[in-house]
Each structure stands twice: as structure tokens, then as C-alpha cells.
Design a protein around this ligand. Structure first.
Ligand code: IVH
Length: 707
């Protein structure tokens, strides 16, 4: 018995130390070294020990208080009403919602025959809790949660968040504290990291990438320099109240959320009122399915008893209300082992390191491969084969290796030299054995094998056949893999020599699919010059640039022969693109590929507008498309506008000539109205496309903003 107590005491001490350390990293430094799920596991282990041996539950145990310290540099704010946390339902299956309802009913002393309790279900945002204090309708203070009693005054940083109203709409009670979550959208997080990587690649010393949107948001909120903070776009959702004076708080939580939305706060529209547990289960399931499509991370849903009166009756246990519970989803970050680093060869020979992982269930699927970006990134994070690593998979973003868990690095791994891509693959392309090179100023190593490298040929074919290039329906990874590996197709143009017999030889290729593919290949021959150019896979030539080049040169011969100076004359083409195009066509093998493709019968209609009589009424005009049009897809509308000589821009500015707006148009429509830009519907756009150029010009002058 004593020995079991002794073991438990020892483990509890260990867990105290570990949890305190991680809590410090998480809350104070914003640099956690283990994922939340791992922390939760350790935390629950300690809770279990303390439940079995109550004498071990010391006052300073991490289970007994909410951690978080005030950073030097921010003023301390004493919360007028403590900021609580929510109990987490550990059962992540539907039964979790049932268990909550059962508990609530028991605590309210309800009998089975009593009517169901109404709940409000909402999302559990993965960000940072904030308390916003409004006095007479004006934002006077923003504070972090801190330890729940006192937080940090982060008003100046929070003021830069556009979603947070500085002044309330409508009612202006003497005191109103609104609580909610500040977070970063996944796209903003990816863009931020992308920019950081570019800065680091360019030699910037003090720049870092961030591991996940939550940390990015926390870092921005607690950044001492609000100008730095402003560079990280943050968002906000309101979900509760702090101190209130002189306001009649709605009787239900759902009513409160509506009232907050009316005051100008962003409130997630994913929320539902449910009678009893069934609706909660449905909400949990629906949001679980929608999770990947949301533009931000959620780690679960929250259920709250809707009636404030019942909430008051239920009250609190320690620091958690009995009337709310968090029901989680599988974690989007997990730890696993990095078994190896594979090097994959891309379309233009770019060598990309890919992590081979001990399969791990993360973000709802089993992940065994994850991107490592490039060699510099691996070295900067000091990721080594054999390391325990954190893997993140959220939304439809490809899984990433966030970094190593250094505490778990074994001595063998610590003795390894930092990762070097060149030595890792013996200086040779893993697909064709050609030497590899890394040019000055570039982050990626590349295979020098060109068309002799089967991996490059495969990627080149897949790209050429893709939907946005010449589009060969049914030509997927597996078929291309076989065609190249079996030596049936050795270069891109050979694709057009494929007949039914050859295709029918392939594994898992029936007669019907073989015929279909022959037809699809045949059909792809009739294409457009921009699609063909894009399909060639010239570095830095995306769809837009391909269109610009096609429009300017009109035919492929002129483009192939163009000098850098001539290329620079193309609108929107700068030195990087010009050099890349020039270098591409300097290579004899690329010219041969173009010749062979054309000899195979690839054709496109002459480019309008390079001929003098073309109908290009929108030349020199810029349009923006927003919302859903009744019949045209956005891509269709764009193509029509571009074919008429116009440009389609992604944002509204003074230079915009027209905004084409459909259903559910949002901020762009507001902006256009603000700037006095003329707004067209689909019919209006069609009229413009059909009109003679001088009519369009006159219309554009009329449409110009008064200023
Ligand atoms: S309500 C009394 N609602 O989760 C309940 N919290 O552990 C107070 N959170 O600190 C919180 N989404 O940072 C509430 N819809 C939501 C939430 C939410 C995320 C966070 C918040 C809080 C933590 C609770």
C-alpha cells in the first residue's frame, strides 16, 4: 500500500513539474512544445491520481488553478467578474452530449416526466479568450483572461482588429463587458507563415514562423508593439458577458447572442437551440462534418443551458459553470515518430522533402506523409529522422510537420548531424540518378535530368493534362505512373501517339475506359494558346501570365523567339517571369517538345485582339466579380471578360470600372458603393460584352466615380 502511495506521489510530483513547465510555455511564452491533446492526457493522468489519493491534491497542483501569468510590459487588469473555463466532456462520441443533459437534469432535480431542457449549442473556437469593456457604448479596455482573476491589458493591440467594434450600435449601457474569442483564420495563418518563410529565406534574422493559428493569434494579441501585432490579421467571435450595469440582459443565452450580433459583434452563425440532448448530438455531428470547410480552427462545440435563470440555479463547481460543457473533436495536432524523409521530384525537377511518419490519427484521418516544405525549413526547425514530431492537419490543408519535441529526442538522434538534403540522397536525383543542383538565391534543390527524368516526365504529363491546361479527362496518377514506368511514354509528346491497343494493355484498364481515354486525348488537341502555355509548366507562368503572354504575342513562334526585353513589354510581366520564360525556350529540348506537340495536331483558334478587327470592347477596363451569378460561374465570367480584352481583379479600388455582383455579394459590394463604382448584374455584363468598344468607353466614363 505504502509503495503504491509512494509511486503515486512520485508520479504526481513528476506530473506537477511537467505540467507547470508546459503551462508556462503555452500561456506565457506562446511556444508550446507538445500538442494540447498530449497536455490534456497528462493533466487527466494527474486528475486521476488525485482522485484516487486526495491527500496528493496540493493547493499548487496544476489541477487546482488556471495557469497563466502576466507578462512584463502589459498592465494588469482585475476582472470585475472572473473569467471561467468550461469543463471538457472527455467522451468524444455522441454519448458526451447525453451525459451532459443527464447531469444537468439531475442537478436541477428534474424527473423523467419533466419537459426537456433547452440548450444553446455553439462552436468552440480555438483561440484566446478576451474581455472587452464598453462604457457608455465605447470600447475602453480589452483584457486577456490570464489566470481568470487578472489578465493583461491588451487594448492597443485589440483596437487594430477590425471585427471588434470600437463603439456599440444601439443601446449604450453604462457598463457592458463582452467576452469572446480572438482567433486567426487558417488562410491568414498560412499567408503569414508563407511571408515569414520568404523573409527568412531573404536573410531576415529575427523572423519566425508560427506553429498554428492559435499561437499566431496569441502571439499577436500579446505582442508589445501594436504595429507588429497589426501585421497578423485577427478575427473575433463574441459568446458571453462579463460585468453588466444598466442593461436588461436577455433571458436566454441564444437571445444574448442575437443581441450581441445586433450591437455589431461578430457571432458565428453556426449555433442552434435544442430541446434535450438529441439536437446537441445532431449539432456535434453536423459541425464535425463541416469542420474542414470552416475557415478557422475549432476544437469542439460548446453546449450551454439556454435559460439564464436555470444557469443561475445550476451555479459553479470550482471554476467551471455546471451549465456549460465543451464537447471536443479529435485533435488536429498529434505527436508521432518521423521514420524517414523521402525526396519527391516535381514537374520542373524541384526536390521536395516529405516526412514519412509512423501513421497517426489526426484531424479525423490517418496521416503517414506530411510536407516538410524545403531543406532550410527542416534545418531551421532542426527536424531529424527518428525524432518525435508534432503533426498538424486542419481543414483541407496538407498535413504539416510543425516541429520536433526536443525533450523526447533520444541520444542517438541527438548525435546525428542536422539534416542535409544533398547527403541524404547522395547528391543524385532519387528518380533518375542525375546530379542535383541548388542555384544561388533559391531554396529548392533540383534534378538536372530534365526530360530524361521519369519523375519529371510524369509530373509534366499530369500538369499538361490537368483541368486548367489542355484537360485530358481520365488521365490520372496511376495511369501516368504505369505509362512512364513501362516505357510506353517517355516524353510528353509521346502521349499523343498512344492508341487503344497500348492503353488496353495497362493494368486495371478495361476496354471501355481505354476508348474513353483515347477520345479524351483526341479532344484535348483542340485547345487554346493560354491553356497550352500554362500546360508547358514554365516556372512562374500561371494561368494569368499565360493569358497575358498569349494575348501579347498572339502566336507561339513569336513567344519562343522573344528576347527578355520583348517579354518585359508584356503588361504585368516583370524580370522574374521574363527571365524564366526566356530561359525555358533557350533550351533546345523545350523547343522540340513544343514542335512535337504541334506536329501531333494540337491547335488553338487564333488569338483575338492581336488581329486588328477583333471584338475587344473591354480593352483597358478592370472589372471585379463578387457573389454568385445566376447562370455564369465565376470562371466563365472571367473568361468572357478576358476574351473581350478586360482584366478581372480580386479587389475593388478606385481603378475598378465595374463591379459585377450576384447573390450574396459581401464586402466588395459595400466597397464599390462607397467608391461610387457602377454595379452590374449578369445581364448588364452580357450587354457590355456585346457592345461596341466606343459605347463601352462612354459607359465607363459615365460609371467613373465622381472624384
Ligand atoms: S464560454 C463560462 N463559449 O474555451 C463559460 N468559451 O475552457 C466561459 N471558448 O476560455 C466560456 N469557444 O477561450 C465559451 N463558444 C464558446 C467558446 C469558448 C471557445 C474558449 C474560451 C474559454 C475556454 C473555456
Amino acid at each position: 500500500m505504502t509503495s503504491t502511495l509512494a509511486t503515486a506521489t512520485q508520479r504526481a510530483d513528476e506530473l506537477h513539474a511537467i505540467l507547470h513547465e508546459h503551462a508556462h510555455r503555452y500561456y506565457v511564452l506562446d511556444e508550446p512544445s507538445i500538442p494540447d491533446a498530449e497536455y490534456d492526457k497528462l493533466f487527466q493522468e494527474l486528475q486521476a491520481i488525485e482522485a484516487a489519493y486526495p491527500e496528493l491534491a496540493r493547493a499548487d497542483s496544476p489541477t487546482q488553478r488556471v495557469v497563466g501569468q502576466v507578462l512584463e510590459g502589459f498592465a494588469t487588469v482585475h476582472h470585475a467578474v472572473p473569467m471561467l473555463s468550461i469543463r471538457t466532456e472527455t467522451d468524444i462520441t455522441a454519448a458526451g452530449a447525453q451525459a451532459f443533459d443527464t447531469r444537468v437534469r439531475r442537478e436541477l432535480g428534474l424527473a423523467e416526466t419533466d419537459p426537456p431542457v433547452a440548450y444553446c449549442a455553439e462552436l468552440k473556437f480555438d483561440g484566446l479568450a478576451l474581455n472587452l469593456r464598453y462604457e457608455h457604448g465605447v470600447l475602453v479596455q480589452a483584457a486577456t483572461r490570464g489566470d481568470g482573476e487578472k489578465g493583461e491589458d491588451v487594448t492597443s493591440n485589440i483596437r487594430t482588429i477590425r471585427q471588434i467594434p470600437l463603439k456599440l450600435r444601439g443601446a449604450a449601457p453604462p457598463v457592458l463587458e463582452v467576452r469572446g474569442e480572438v482567433y486567426m483564420k487558417r488562410a491568414d495563418f498560412e499567408a503569414y507563415n508563407e511571408r515569414q518563410r520568404a523573409l527568412i529565406a531573404a536573410g531576415a534574422k529575427n523572423e519566425k514562423t508560427v506553429v498554428n493559428p492559435r499561437n499566431a493569434a496569441a502571439g499577436a494579441v500579446r505582442q508589445l508593439d501594436p504595429h507588429q501585432s497589426r501585421k497578423r490579421p485577427l478575427s473575433f467571435f463574441a459568446y458571453g458577458l462579463g460585468e453588466v450595469q444598466g442593461w436588461d440582459v436577455p433571458a436566454t443565452h441564444s437571445g444574448l447572442l442575437d443581441a450581441l450580433a445586433a450591437m455589431g459583434f461578430p457571432v458565428a452563425k453556426q449555433r442552434a437551440v435544442s430541446l434535450g440532448a438529441d439536437g446537441l448530438v445532431a449539432f456535434h455531428e453536423a459541425m464535425g462534418a463541416a469542420r474542414d470547410q470552416l475557415p478557422y480552427d475549432i476544437d469542439g462545440v460548446v453546449y450551454k443551458v439556454d435559460s439564464r435563470e436555470l444557469q443561475a440555479r445550476l451555479g459553479f463547481v470550482s471554476r467551471e459553470p455546471r451549465w456549460a460543457v465543451a464537447h471536443k473533436y479529435p485533435a488536429q495536432e498529434q505527436v508521432t515518430t518521423l521514420l524517414d524523409i523521402d525526396v519527391q521530384v516535381g514537374r520542373i525537377g524541384t526536390l521536395t522533402p516529405v516526412a514519412k511518419l509512423q501513421p497517426v490519427f489526426v484531424g479525423g484521418t490517418t496521416v503517414s506523409n506530411a510536407t516538410l516544405h524545403n531543406e532550410d525549413e527542416i534545418r531551421r526547425k532542426d527536424i531529424r529522422i527518428g525524432d518525435t514530431v508534432i503533426v498538424r492537419r486542419a481543414g483541407d490543408v496538407i498535413p504539416q510537420v510543425v516541429g520536433p519535441v526536443l525533450e523526447r529526442r533520444t541520444p542517438d538522434v541527438a548525435a546525428l548531424a542536422p539534416f542535409e538534403l544533398f547527403t541524404h540522397i547522395g547528391g543524385k536525383c532519387p528518380a533518375c540518378g542525375s546530379p542535383i543542383e541548388r542555384r544561388e538565391g533559391e531554396v529548392a534543390w533540383r534534378c538536372t535530368g530534365g526530360v530524361t527524368c521519369p519523375a519529371q516526365v510524369k509530373q509534366a504529363i499530369l500538369h499538361f493534362a490537368s483541368r486548367r491546361a489542355v484537360e485530358i479527362e481520365g488521365l490520372g496518377d496511376e495511369i501516368v505512373e504505369q505509362l512512364v514506368d513501362m516505357g510506353i511514354v517517355r516524353t510528353l509528346p509521346e502521349l499523343y501517339k498512344l492508341g487503344f491497343a497500348k492503353l488496353n494493355e495497362l493494368e486495371r484498364m478495361g476496354e471501355k475506359s481505354a476508348r474513353k481515354l483515347v477520345d479524351a486525348i483526341e479532344r484535348s488537341k483542340a485547345t487554346t494558346l493560354p491553356r497550352f502555355l500554362f500546360g508547358l509548366g514554365i516556372r512562374h507562368v500561371g494561368e494569368t501570365t499565360a493569358k497575358d503572354l498569349a494575348r501579347h504575342f498572339g502566336d507561339i513562334d513569336k513567344l519562343v523567339k522573344a528576347s527578355v526585353e520583348q517579354l518585359l513589354e508584356v503588361p504585368d510581366v516583370g524580370p522574374i517571369v521574363a527571365n524564366s520564360v526566356f530561359e525555358f525556350f533557350q533550351q533546345e529540348r523545350h523547343k522540340t517538345i513544343v514542335d512535337l506537340l504541334m506536329a501531333a495536331g494540337i491547335t488553338w483558334p487564333a488569338i483575338e485582339g492581336t488581329a486588328s478587327d477583333a471584338h475587344r470592347p473591354l480593352l483597358g477596363k478592370t472589372l471585379v466579380i463578387t457573389g454568385t451569378l445566376p447562370t455564369l460561374s465565376r470562371d466563365d465570367a472571367r473568361e468572357l471578360i478576358e476574351a473581350a480584352g478586360g482584366k478581372v481583379s480580386g479587389s475593388v479600388s478606385k481603378k475598378t470600372n465595374w463591379l459585377v455582383a450576384g447573390e450574396e455579394a459581401g464586402s466588395k459590394l459595400d466597397k464599390a458603393r462607397e467608391l461610387g463604382i457602377e454595379i452590374l448584374d449578369e445581364a448588364g455584363l452580357q450587354a457590355l460584352l456585346a457592345a461596341p468598344a466606343d459605347v463601352v468607353d462612354a459607359a465607363a466614363d459615365d460609371a467613373a466615380p465622381a472624384a
